[in-house]
Design a protein around this ligand. Structure first.
Ligand code: ADP
Ligand code: MG
Length: 240
């Protein structure tokens, strides 16, 4: 359609936030005392961002990631993820979101040692109700995407740390999630493997995947599009 003088030019709508957190607190009971892991967090994250979360141990990073992953609910406040509020959604709805929309990557890889790389990745597709053929295709595609097309039948013990983390990333992306959440994904890796994983994550972000990564590693944070610091349950933007 051609633009004429009578038409108002189309203004690009601002990106709808993927996450919108409002006044989020999370308290825990510890030996009869109340610990405030998150103390009033307001935060928006748009689709396509690469956000890192740094900060001291005990600052609330893992607590925040669990809320973003719909693994936990806030004590007060709202955690909007797309159309749902993690605070009030049913358990079934949170389960559906975790299975389809969110990929998780952990410091310790969390692979099942008795299963091959392909079988570990395939497990993430179990809840999606796909045909066996489509599952096979998706698993092969995900492992190729992380550069492990030639390691599909290897078990975790037969792979390097970097390769194991690649399998874990393939398991996270095979469901085609809206966001990938990672808690210290390079924490158990030496420097060269860290750089490999970092390049892989950056490539996924360049393809449009939203990344939220908890890290102590400033080399990881330097690649982010936005850097947050979480200390005493409070978030601060430290992007320069
Ligand atoms: P980080 O990941 O930044 O190290 P956490 O989110 O794990 O921080 O912890 C934040 C605070 O909440 C800490 O004081 C921690 O002891 C407390 N905490 C975290 N999880 C629990 C829990 N399940 N039960 C009780 N206290 C917890
Ligand atoms: Mg932690």
């Amino acid at each position: 359609m051609s633009m004429t003088e009578t038409q108002t030019p189309e203004v690009e709508a601002p990106l709808a936030p993927l996450y919108r957190l409002e006044g989020v607190t999370r308290t825990y009971q510890q030996k009869g005392r109340v610990v405030k892991a998150l103390a009033g967090v307001d935060l928006e994250i748009a689709a396509g961002e690469f956000v890192t979360i740094q900060g001291p141990t005990g600052g609330g990073k893992s607590t925040l990631l669990q809320l973003l992953g719909a693994l936990d609910r806030p004590s007060a406040g709202a955690v909007h993820l797309g159309e749902i509020d993690v605070a009030t959604a049913s358990n079934a709805e949170l389960g559906r979101i975790r299975a389809r929309e969110i990929g998780f990557v952990f410091q310790g890889f969390n692979l099942i040692p008795t299963l091959t790389a392909a079988e570990n990745v395939d497990m993430a597709l179990e809840p999606l109700g796909l045909s066996k053929t489509e599952r096979g295709e998706r698993v092969a595609e995900a492992l190729a995407h992380v550069g492990l097309a030639d390691r599909t039948d290897h078990k975790p013990g037969e792979l390097s740390g970097g390769q194991q983390q690649r399998v874990a990333i393939a398991r996270a992306i095979v469901k085609r999630p809206r966001v990938l959440l990672a808690d210290e994904p390079t924490g158990n890796l030496d420097e060269s493997m860290r750089d490999e994983i970092l390049a892989l994550l950056q490539g996924l972000n360049a393809e449009g995947l939203t990344l939220i990564v908890v890290t102590h590693d400033s080399a990881v944070a330097r690649r982010a599009t936005r850097r947050l610091r979480l200390d005493k349950g409070t978030v601060r933007d430290i992007t320069r």
